[in-house]
Design a protein around this ligand. Sequence first.
Ligand code: AMP
Ligand code: ZN
Length: 112
Amino acid sequence: MSNCLFCNIAAGEIPSSKVYEDELCLAFYDIDPQAPTHFLVIPKAHISSVSEINEENGAIVAHIFQVIAQETKKLGLDSYRVVSNIGAQAGQSVFHLHFHVLAGRDMTWPPG
Ligand code: AMP
Ligand code: ZN
């Protein structure tokens, strides 16, 4: 989608600070980090949020979680939080599926 920020980042049209990339997904550091380590993992194909995951496109989610397990190990992170906001009330501001990976500070529960 040409008017989607994360589609443009996935296509390399908008620069990002890359953590990892393959043909299916991209991981890059959040521009406004909420923890000492804060990166996002997105599918390259446009999916607007978790609410649009289905039988046909759902394999990407397992792949993204494999990438999260791999990259957090590479970064030496043994405790971290994975978050996906769905809808404006939950805090979603970019409507392209993404998983936040946050680490490096104490976290509260429940999240605010
Ligand atoms: P959410 O609010 O859950 O939809 O998450 C969107 C995230 O994208 C926020 O944490 C933003 O800081 C982050 N973000 C917005 N624009 C950029 C960008 N150009 N590069 C990296 N992260 C971004
Ligand atoms: Zn998109």
